[in-house]
Write a protein of this length. Structure first.
Length: 212
């Protein structure tokens, strides 16, 4: 059964995002992502899960993805600055709208297996998507490539959202993965956007992200 809500587990103490095996991650309920944007089930070798945590000051997201095909990554990554068009290679993404009454205003965070990243502030007005390319969330990133899996994680201060949640608050968002290349490239979505062609920027498909 599809999860209609992603739970964000509270942690009292912050930790370094490079601690990909920190015990705190086990407090989070895994959000399984097994479908393409269209709603079609993706091959198991492309499935992934996300775990979400929050502290008084930060939001954490960890993506653990199966990797049964060649990585599509930058051979010379630069992790010191945001990488434009990161979505053209393998990447995991999370979109978050802190004001559920205004889902057309949201933040986009992407991280690649190489540790490359990009953060963007988005506002959709009618048919126009406005992107703040200079947005700087001050997020921290970690990534690890194993034999049959890749793990990526981000840590974002709530100051980037201009909002701090309380227990029981509900934000909105969606979780994605781009994987592969050419005609077999896959666009996975936690909540399918069901557009005619692959598209992630569909706020009407956002689901609840609940702070526990």
């Amino acid at each position: 059964m599809e999860q209609s809500t992603a739970s964000v587990a509270y942690i009292a103490d912050d930790f370094d995002i490079n601690e990909l095996e920190n015990a705190a991650w086990q407090q989070a309920r895994a959000v399984a992502v097994t479908t393409y944007w269209s709603g079609e089930t993706a091959p198991e070798g492309r499935h992934f899960e996300a775990r979400l945590l929050w502290s008084d000051t930060h939001l954490y997201a960890k993506f653990t993805a199966r990797q049964t095909e060649d990585l599509v990554v930058n051979p010379t990554p630069n992790t010191t600055m945001k990488t434009n068009e990161l979505w053209e290679r393998d990447v995991c993404e999370i979109f978050i709208a802190p004001d559920r009454m205004r889902p057309n205003r949201y933040l986009e965070f992407e991280v690649a297996p190489t540790g490359e990243w990009i953060d963007l502030a988005i506002e959709i007005a009618g048919d126009v998507r406005n992107t703040d390319w200079e947005f700087a969330s001050q997020m921290k990133i970690a990534a690890d490539i194993a034999d049959t899996s890749v793990t990526m994680a981000i840590k974002v201060p709530f100051a980037a959202f201009d909002a701090s949640p309380a227990r029981g608050d509900v934000w909105l968002g969606n979780i994605f993965r781009c994987v592969g290349s050419g005609t077999t490239r896959g666009y996975l979505a936690w909540r399918p956007t069901r557009t005619e062609t692959p598209a992630f920027h569909v706020p009407s498909a956002f689901a609840e992200i609940r702070f526990e």
